[in-house]
Structure formats: C-alpha cells, structure tokens
Design a protein around this ligand. Structure first.
Ligand code: SAM
Length: 225
C-alpha cells in the first residue's frame, strides 16, 4: 500500500516512518511512505501556501492551489487515483474500523493543514475529511502520523510476530484489550495474577475475557452501551 503525506513540515513525520513496525513494513515492501513538502506545489512566481480569509477574521487560511497540484502530481506518480483524505478537526472521527477499511486501499494520500485551516474547496476535492479526535491541533502533521500508524498496522502482514493486532483494543468489537503482564512476577509488592502463571490456557482465556469487559466498563462504558 502506498501512503503520500502532504504537509508544511513533512520532516516532522520522518521519524514515525523510519522506526519500528512501519520501518519493517517498508523494508518488506508491504507499504511505501512518500513525504511531500506543500511549498513545492505552490504556483511558480507566487510561492504562497496561505492567505488572509475572505470575509475577514483572525489568522491565515491555506490556499487551495498547492493542495490541488499535489493531488494531481501524486496521482500521476502513483499511476492510480489515491483515496485522498483531508485531515481536519471537522472530519469524521478516526476509529479502528475506519483504519481497517482504509488499509484496503491501494494508495492513500493525507493532506495536513496549518494556521486557521484549509480552504474549503480542498475538502471538496477529497474523498473524506478525517479528524483524529475532538480537539484542535496546531497542524495536521501529528494527525498524519497517527493515521500512518493506525492504518499502516492494519495492512495485511504488517503486524508480525512481536505484536498481535487480534488481541488489541477495538480489533474484534467494541472491547478494550485485556491487561498485560511480564517479568518480574512481583514488582514493588504488586504481583502478577496467579492465573497467568497457572499454565491453564482455558482459565487464562476466560480471565482475560472478563478483564477486557471490566476495563471497558470502567474506562469506556460508552463502547458497550
Ligand atoms: N480552524 C480549524 C477548526 O476550527 O477546525 C482548526 C485549524 S487547526 C489549528 C490547523 C490544522 O491542524 C487543520 O487544518 C488540520 O489539518 C489539523 N488538525 C487540527 N486538529 C485536528 C484533528 N483533531 N484531526 C485532524 N487534523 C487536525
């Protein structure tokens, strides 16, 4: 799967793409990550990516032309029409189900804004507007990093031996994941639940299921209503 990210400061994203699961996925050619600097798509002789808002008001709004040119250039480079997403606090909320759906696309382009946001005509050129949560960030770069990780790990084969998506929170329904423990067996007078060292796999499975429900009811009762 191909990811293209267009941002004012794409270098902020390089560390996410060059470590851990995402890096391994690129090495194994399961995903490709292409980072693009928005400025390089600005109109020649008028290298503006932002301007004052029509109708007045504070701050600057990001102009539509650089985003339009980026979408077109990426489509040509990718040889396909990527599914294009504008990152925005006003978008539909990202969740695990949406991340899994997006992981089936051949190519995904993520557009990150800054300042007061992006000219509304860019949203009209996109397939979807996505928010990573009900709060406002200063820019879309962090949102793009979140999308890259959340969608990237859902691409078949990306999550390997060292982690398992199947026991993750939200993977097979609305439940949070069960609690995890590792060595030492006792840490600062807190002991690992006895059942986990019993070797009884059926008891362990049932204990984990109950704990997942408990944690969900305690932290996110909205999920199981
Ligand atoms: N004026 C905008 C509003 O009321 O929604 C907020 C603009 S915000 C300061 C600048 C950029 O950060 C946005 O264009 C978007 O790309 C990104 N951003 C901010 N919050 C976000 C969120 N919750 N999810 C995704 N992107 C977000």
């Amino acid at each position: 799967m191909r990811f293209d990210i267009v941002a004012m400061w794409p270098e902020m994203l390089a560390p996410y793409a060059s470590r851990g699961t995402l890096w391994a996925a690129q090495e194994r050619q399961l995903i490709e990550v292409h980072l693009h600097r928005l400025e390089t798509f600005a109109l020649a002789g008028r290298p503006l990516v932002d301007d004052r808002p029509f109708g007045g008001g504070a701050g600057m709004v990001m102009r539509p032309e650089p985003f339009a040119r980026a979408i077109e250039a990426i489509g040509t480079e990718a040889g396909t029409k990527p599914f294009t997403v504008l990152l925005s606090a006003q978008g539909v909320r990202l969740d695990q189900k949406l991340a899994r759906e997006l992981a089936h696309k051949r190519a995904l382009t993520l557009l990150a804004g800054r300042y007061e946001g992006v000219d509304e005509r860019v949203a009209q050129m996109c397939d979807l507007e996505i928010s990573i949560g009900d709060y406002v960030l200063a820019g879309g770069e962090v949102a793009a990093a979140v999308m890259l990780e959340a969608v990237g790990r859902m691409v078949p084969g990306v999550v390997g031996r060292h982690e398992s998506a199947a026991t993750d929170s939200f993977f097979s329904g609305p439940l949070l994941g069960h609690p995890q423990y590792t060595r030492p067996r006792t840490f600062r007078k807190m002991s690992v639940p006895e059942v986990l060292i019993s070797g009884d796999h059926e008891r362990i499975r049932r204990w984990r299921a109950v704990q997942a429900w408990r944690k969900t009811l305690r932290h996110r009762p909205d999920l199981v209503q």
